[in-house]
Design a protein around this ligand. Structure first.
Ligand code: R5P
Length: 297
């Protein structure tokens, strides 16, 4: 009963100090609930407002992707350098140590394999399991212009409704069909639809022409996918350009885990995303440190 024992004069109400009322650091996220903001802060670094998400969910539709054959061997060494892991619950439970305390973004849609029509996805996880696994967000593929466009949009809106009930953000992943043009016009359309329908943040591909119009017209943060493996300098230039043009980070997979030196590459990506390093400097770092990683490996 310490308070009862205390003399009243000892209390400090600081009546002359106004209560702090800060706005939340992420674009378009100020009106979200406390739990949602707290989870978003596990994904985006509040100091930089950015994130390096490591995407290793490719197996959910294409099986043991190159670089992900042995996640225990190839990916676990990268965990200290990722702000967030994007993956399936199967890999999370079977391989990732529960001592990993950063954000987990749960792949929450699925269905077709690479042998079938990829837009024919449904929700593939129950909210109870997302909560049980202490996830920071749920990711759902949205195929604007795809054969099952409406179905994937409904997947997004259902997930947003369920997530809002429990304070769990939803990441909309814009999937571009093989027959579609990957340009700013398409990315603006897809990302804006996802944001309008309630996504907390959106993942798109980077496009060299007009990407700043994609980020400007999307009211919530955008992160870019890495796409197919590029030479490291090109991947770092892409990440840097995206950040300069308004992206809030990367959700990168193959350009990290298919590198000859993935541990060094993810650190080079961090330099571009969090420290504002030029891609050339980050690449010099990659080249100098790569030798050590390859020697040790
Ligand atoms: C693909 O559907 C997966 O959702 C990946 O998370 C995404 O494509 C990012 O990985 P990458 O950088 O390899 O493109």
């Amino acid at each position: 009963m310490a308070d009862v024992d205390n003399v009243k004069e000892g209390k400090q109400f600081h009546v002359d100090v106004p209560a702090v009322s800060e706005s939340f650091f992420l674009k378009g996220s100020n009106s979200l609930d406390w739990g949602t903001k707290n989870r978003l802060s596990n994904i985006f670094n509040p100091d930089t407002g950015r994130t390096v998400m490591l995407a290793i969910d490719h197996g959910y539709f294409q099986g043991p992707t190159t670089g992900l054959e042995r996640i225990d061997v190839n990916i676990l060494p990268l965990l200290p350098y990722s702000d967030t892991l994007m993956l399936t619950r199967g890999i999370l439970r079977s391989i990732v140590p529960p001592t990993y305390t950063r954000g987990i973004v749960m792949r929450s849609s699925g269905g077709p394999s690479i042998l079938k029509e990829l837009s024919n996805e449904q929700l593939a996880v129950d909210i109870e399991d997302v909560i049980r696994l202490n996830c920071s967000a749920m990711a759902v593929q949205v195929h604007i212009g795809g054969e099952f466009e409406t179905q994937t949009v409904h997947n997004l809106t259902r997930l947003v409704d369920i997530g809002n009930r429990y304070g769990i953000p939803t990441l909309a992943v814009t999937a571009v069909g093989r027959q579609m043009v990957r340009d700013a016009k398409y990315m603006r359309l897809a990302s804006r639809i996802c944001a309008e329908l309630g996504a907390s943040y959106v993942k798109t591909y980077y496009v060299p022409e007009g990407f700043e119009t994609v980020t400007a017209s999307c009211p919530v943060p955008i992160v870019i996918a890495g796409g197919k493996k590029l030479p490291e300098l090109d991947a770092l230039k892409m990440a840097s350009n995206a950040i300069q043009q308004g992206a809030a980070g990367v959700d990168m997979g193959r350009n990290i885990f298919q590198s000859d030196a993935p541990v060094t590459m993810i650190q080079a990506v961090r330099k571009v995303v969090h420290e504002g390093e030029t891609p050339e400097h980050a690449h010099d770092y990659f080249l100098s440190m790569k030798r050590e990683e390859v020697k040790v490996g």
